[in-house]
Ligand binder design. Structure first.
Ligand SMILES: Cc1cc2nc3c(=O)[nH]c(=O)nc-3n(C[C@H](O)[C@H](O)[C@H](O)COP(=O)(O)O)c2cc1C
Ligand code: SF4
Length: 434
């Protein structure tokens, strides 16, 4: 079986124009998994998720079953679904919110039942106007249908779901920043320890935070069994995953494919997927897993789309966003744009992140503008080293949240791969790409 033939776990309804409606959802087996789950013991449902090997799709790739098992015993528990998705070039959760909101709601109720949550909060990026509209409409329909609220499908289990729009801050995607924001405060991430959500989460109660795609995978797992998901991919990365492919490919878009089997080359060049690079150009670099990930070069395209394989290669799959940069791309400008994003989004609590991001952004900007000095290259590395000591992978963290150590990878890898291009900007006093 080719990796292209794997079943669609989360995007099976995307081909229908009315995929967001209750009628389409019910006509395609929607809410069957919830009825099945409610007939099982909650621990059985959790055991199926554990068996599936499902890794969280939000960025860190933590096993979902293990996360659930870490919940502290307590009468009040919350489930929080992370739909903030503010990472540049990541657009998979938005697709789920707009095109299959009922699947997400079904997954949310299944998860709430499995972990014993009495309330679900769905935190959605505020700019997702259509996503918010669709998910709210679907929620109203789901309440009327008896799939959410009191005594769901006559099972005796009750849970409410509240949709909470964000207000345009990337840092509210960090799970503890998100919890602060939900509590009505400024989205300042909390220090771990002690504020692990499973122990001291929302309103200081045990809380599970899961990504939209993670939760949307649950109906398929309940319907087919955890072992069926585990049979896809490899034990190090089971199932399928949506890769948000962007940049200089012919066919950018969201592609749900089997994990582990295909490589970056398959994703970028398969005619059914990326379809190759624009104008037949050569690839210069690829950002393999979101803005925080170290870049890979054209000689690394045969790495498999597997969490461990990518980690072993010194980078990460992260949020599933893959950005292709072709030979016409200025590497300094690309690194500068990423550093500018982090500088703008730093919440300012930690000195290395708040100050370091500003230094990196300014120095890169002046190099790109042709006003840099050769000493700037050492200066950049020095500042990056102060943000994340030794510039190793996985990065060392001296800050409250992982946004700080997310700043150096683009800078350091672009300098390692294309130092000549940095020097050319300095020598010529201009960007060689115009
Ligand atoms: C700065 C920052 C931004 C993040 N943004 C998101 C986001 O938009 N969506 C998301 O699901 N996880 C995001 N995460 C990861 C979350 O903290 C958390 O690990 C995730 O929601 C857990 O869900 P999962 O286990 O299902 O992957 C972010 C982390 C950091 C440090
Ligand atoms: S690392 Fe940056 S974003 Fe994270 S808490 Fe510190 S200052 Fe805020």
């Amino acid at each position: 079986m080719s990796f292209l033939d794997a079943p669609k776990v989360v995007t099976s309804r995307f081909e229908h124009d009315d995929s967001h409606t209750l009628s389409r959802f019910l006509a395609t087996g929607g809410y069957d998994a919830l009825r099945k789950a409610l007939g099982m013991h909650p621990e059985q449902v959790a055991a199926e998720v554990d068996t599936s090997g499902l890794l969280g799709r939000g960025g860190a790739g933590f096993p979902t079953g293990r996360k659930w098992s870490m919940l502290r015993p307590a009468p009040v528990r919350y489930l929080v679904i992370n739909g903030d998705e503010s990472e540049p070039a990541t657009f998979k959760d938005h697709a789920i919110l707009t095109r299959d909101p009922h699947q997400l709601i079904e997954g949310a109720v299944i998860a709430a039942y499995a972990v014993g949550a009495m309330q679900v909060f769905l935190y959605v990026r505020g700019e997702f106007a259509l996503g918010l509209e669709r998910v709210q409409a679907a929620l109203n329909d789901a309440y009327r249908h008896g799939a959410v609220g009191r005594d769901i499908f006559g099972s005796g289990f009750s849970v409410d779901i509240v949709v909470h729009p964000g207000a345009g801050a990337y840092i509210c995607g960090d799970e503890t920043g998100l919890l602060e924001s939900l509590e009505g405060k400024r989205g300042f991430p909390r220090i771990k320890p002690p504020y692990y959500p499973a122990v001291m989460g929302l309103y200081m109660e045990p809380t599970v935070v899961n990504n939209v795609e993670t939760i949307s995978s649950l109906p398929w797992i309940v319907n087919h069994g955890g072992a069926a998901l585990a049979a896809l991919g490899e034990p190090t990365s089971t199932g399928t995953r949506i890769f948000a492919l962007a940049g200089h490919v012919r066919r950018p878009g969201n592609y749900e494919i089997e994990m582990s089997k295909p490589t970056f080359r398959d994703l970028i060049y398969s005619p059914e997927l990326g379809g190759g690079v624009r104008d037949g150009n050569a690839i210069k670099a690829v950002i393999p897993g979101g803005a925080s990930s170290p870049w890979i070069g054209p000689e690394q395209l045969d790495i498999h789309l597997d969490q461990k394989a990518v980690q072993d290669a010194g980078t990460m799959l992260g949020s599933g966003s893959v950005v292709v940069m072709d030979e016409r791309t200025c590497m300094v400008r690309a690194a500068w744009r990423i550093s500018r994003f982090f500088h703008r989004e730093s919440c300012g609590q930690c000195t290395p992140c708040r100050e370091g991001s500003g230094w990196v952004e300014k120095v890169l900007r002046r190099i790109e503008a042709g006003q840099g000095r050769e000493e700037d290259l050492d200066l950049l590395l020095d500042v990056c080293d102060n943000i994340s000591p030794d510039l190793v992978w996985p990065p060392k963290q001296t800050t409250i949240c992982p946004l700080g150590p997310s700043i150096p990878p683009a800078v350091v890898t672009s300098m390692r791969m294309y130092r000549d291009e940095y020097l050319l900007h300095i020598k010529d006093g201009a960007c060689p790409h115009g």
